[in-house]
Design a protein around this ligand. Structure first.
Ligand code: OAD
Length: 234
């Protein structure tokens, strides 16, 4: 069985990383136009670096939770049975990897990676983004930005994602509000291809009506139980 799982901020909420659109979410406290667009970075790079430096500091403290661990178990168990998990995340944290997932597709980039705005070179970097960092590839300074896909930029790995989606037997969306495209459109694509679909979230998402199966509750409770049910069925 090939399972395509799409995760969002809700899977990391119980690890202490905030979601975006819930009450007290990141986008209720910050203007996304100022901190998550290329235009915002051009206007005020210091503000943008400060915002992502605070998020890097939060991430350093965060540990994977039972939902991340259950998905790592699902990846390993499916592989043992000749199946496959394609784990596509909108999250820029590394908690799936910390839980032991071997292949994670970060369609919105990675917080702990720095990208040079001048030449697009990337490098792993958990420390603060600084204005005077010199890029090892192009030798220019002033270009250090997070390797995060901002509004108006194209998500990463889309060809790979489309191939995996069309090959899947089951599409599962976990902890996402279904507000940001193209990820929010995957369920409709899956359904149009006749693939079974399941939503796991704290509450019905914007796309809830499109899913065949729905499971609601905190990710740390409902994801491990769902993984057990799925593996028992195979
Ligand atoms: P949102 O904040 O839009 O949605 C989070 C979803 O998680 C909501 O539907 C919540 O109900 C649900 N949720 C909250 N706590 C939960 C819990 N403990 N268990 C299960 N579900 C829970 O976050 P995303 O959908 O991930 O993009 O947002 C998509 C994109 O918008 C992000 O990747 C980010 C943001 O702008 C970039 O930064 C590029």
């Amino acid at each position: 069985m090939k399972v395509f799982v799409l995760t969002g901020a809700g899977v990391s909420a119980e690890s202490g990383l905030g979601t975006f659109r819930d009450k007290d979410g990141v986008w209720t406290k910050y203007d996304l136009n100022e901190v998550a667009t290329p235009q915002g970075f051009a206007r005020n790079p210091a503000l943008v670096r400060d915002f992502y430096n605070a998020r890097r500091a939060n991430l350093a403290e965060a540990r994977p939770n039972a939902a991340h661990e259950a998905l790592a178990r699902l990846e390993a168990d499916l592989a043992k049975r000749g199946g496959e998990l394609f784990l596509c995340t909108q999250n820029v944290d590394d908690l799936h990897e910390k839980a032991g997932c071997r292949r994670v597709i970060h369609m919105h980039g990675e917080l702990a990676v720095t990208r040079c705005h001048h030449c697009e070179a990337t490098w792993p970097d958990k420390g603060p983004l600084k204005p005077d960092t010199v890029c090892a590839a192009c030798a220019r300074d002033g270009g250090a930005r997070p390797h995060v896909v901002w509004f108006g930029e194209i998500p990463l790995f889309m060809d790979q994602i489309e191939d995996a989606l069309s090959a899947a037997d089951l599409f599962v969306s976990i902890g996402t509000s279904g507000s940001v495209y193209p990820a929010a459109g995957f369920v409709a694509e899956a359904r149009a291809m006749g693939i079974a679909t399941c939503e796991i979230n704290l509450e019905p998402s914007a796309n809830a009506y499109v899913f065949d199966e729905k499971v609601y509750g905190p990710a740390t409770e409902v994801v491990p139980a769902w993984v057990e049910r799925l593996l028992a069925r195979l």
